[in-house]
Design a protein around this ligand. Structure first.
Ligand SMILES: Nc1nc2c(c(=O)[nH]1)N[C@H]1C(S)=C(S)[C@@H](COP(=O)(O)O)O[C@H]1N2
Ligand SMILES: [Mo]
Length: 263
């Protein structure tokens, strides 16, 4: 799909007043002003976000994110957010170079999975060169290799009542509000089954680094950077987002970011 078309589409969304994902919010490292959970602004953003989500689904359910040439990779993927989780469970995994890592896939599935990295690496892989856009205002083009999430969902046999895929992560963020809060994220099944949605274990032809989310991180290429959970600890299929974290579907969503971070 041409970039001109995307630009036009974005303009249309803006004109329609539903470009919620482009509303400037605080950067990933900044929390100013996002705690006002029931403010009028927050409510308006929330309804604009749900409209943006529905309009995008109508117009572009299976649209692919742009892919780039290898010559367009100018630097390594810039590490952001957590870059070296310090919990004992992650440190123990790192000490074995992730040989002891297991990925559980649980929740609303008929056949729960528990996979080692060697099992994941022999599954049919997908490689894509895409641009990562962080809400902080920077972008990075990188080459990602991993297993399509759809492959794991098919193996696990998702139950019909499931609507969301929840990614639980090994790292926790310190908001200064009484103890570290675990990072988590969620996407709907349409994005989960999108051909460019992968669990990546490789970046720019190298094993995924700790700074970029080793051993496995999500790529969900039509959304902003914060949706792409690093340090994936487990995957859970769920019918609602309410039971997890603050109930808004992700660590940053719980402090005010849009759940649908479409770009
Ligand atoms: N577990 C976890 N996932 C995360 C984050 C994080 O802090 N912890 N930060 C998010 C944000 S805001 C961005 S921009 C990207 C950064 O990924 P990178 O470090 O590979 O550039 O990861 C996202 N996923
Ligand atoms: Mo980000």
């Amino acid at each position: 799909m041409s970039r001109t078309f995307q630009a036009n589409r974005r303009r249309f969304l803006t004109l329609a007043g539903v470009a919620a994902s482009t509303v400037p919010l605080a950067g990933c490292d900044m929390l100013d002003g996002v705690f006002s959970g029931d403010s009028a602004v927050r409510q308006t953003l929330a309804s604009a976000n749900s409209l943006s989500y529905r309009v995008q689904r109508m117009l572009a359910g299976d649209r692919l994110a742009p892919e780039f040439a290898a010559t367009e990779i100018r630097q390594g993927q810039r590490p952001n957010g957590s870059t070296d989780p310090d919990g004992p469970d992650y440190r123990a995994l790192k000490a074995t170079a992730f040989a002891t890592y297991r990925l559980p896939v649980t929740g609303l599935v008929e056949k729960p999975l528990d996979l080692g990295l060697d099992e994941i690496r022999v599954m049919p892989a997908r490689t894509q060169i895409t641009r990562h856009d962080c809400v902080e205002g920077w972008s990075c083009i990188a080459k990602w290799t991993g297993v399509p999430l759809a492959t794991l969902l098919d193996q696990a046999k998702v139950k019909p009542e499931a609507r969301y895929v929840i990614f639980h992560c090994y790292d926790a963020m310190n908001l200064g509000l009484g103890g570290p809060t675990p990072y988590y994220e969620s996407i709907d099944l349409l994005d989960a089954r999108h051909p460019q949605t992968i669990l990546a274990y490789g970046c720019n032809d190298q094993a995924l680094s700790v700074a970029n989310g080793a051993p496995l991180r999500v790529r969900v290429e039509r959304q902003l950077g914060y949706k792409m959970a690093k340090y994936v600890k487990s995957i859970e299929l769920a019918a609602t987002l309410a039971p997890y974290g603050g109930g808004k579907g992700g660590f940053w969503e719980d402090v005010g970011y849009d759940w649908y971070g479409g770009i």
